[in-house]
Design a protein. Structure first.
Length: 106
């Protein structure tokens, strides 16, 4: 089956919202436009696979899709955090060279 323009738009919107929400829940901030989109789309696949196996059925509609994808994205981020040593991404990449080396930002 071929994706229509509307279904592609729905996938992108759901992925973006779910990735941003998962970033807010797990890390406290988003991952940028592309990062949120990737996390949300992968999370949608995880949520779509995981929730029915747990006996959870959220219904139909856009809100159910977003909640489903957000739950999957949160699970993805928690698994990634578990395997990355529990420190999260903030300590590794966003600590800033300037602060750790004593430099000042303008």
């Amino acid at each position: 089956m071929m994706l229509s323009d509307n279904s592609l738009l729905v996938i992108l919107v759901v992925g973006l919202l779910a990735g941003w929400l998962a970033g807010q829940v797990v890390r406290g901030a988003g991952f940028g436009l592309i990062g949120d989109l990737v996390v949300g789309i992968i999370g949608a696949f995880i949520g779509d696979w995981l929730l029915p196996r747990l006996g959870v059925h959220l219904g139909v509609g856009m809100v159910a899709l977003i909640v489903d994808a957000t739950i999957g994205a949160v699970a993805l981020l928690l698994i990634l955090r578990l395997f990355s040593g529990g420190g999260g991404w903030g300590n590794r990449w966003s600590g800033g060279w300037g602060r750790s080396r004593g430099w000042r930002r303008w």
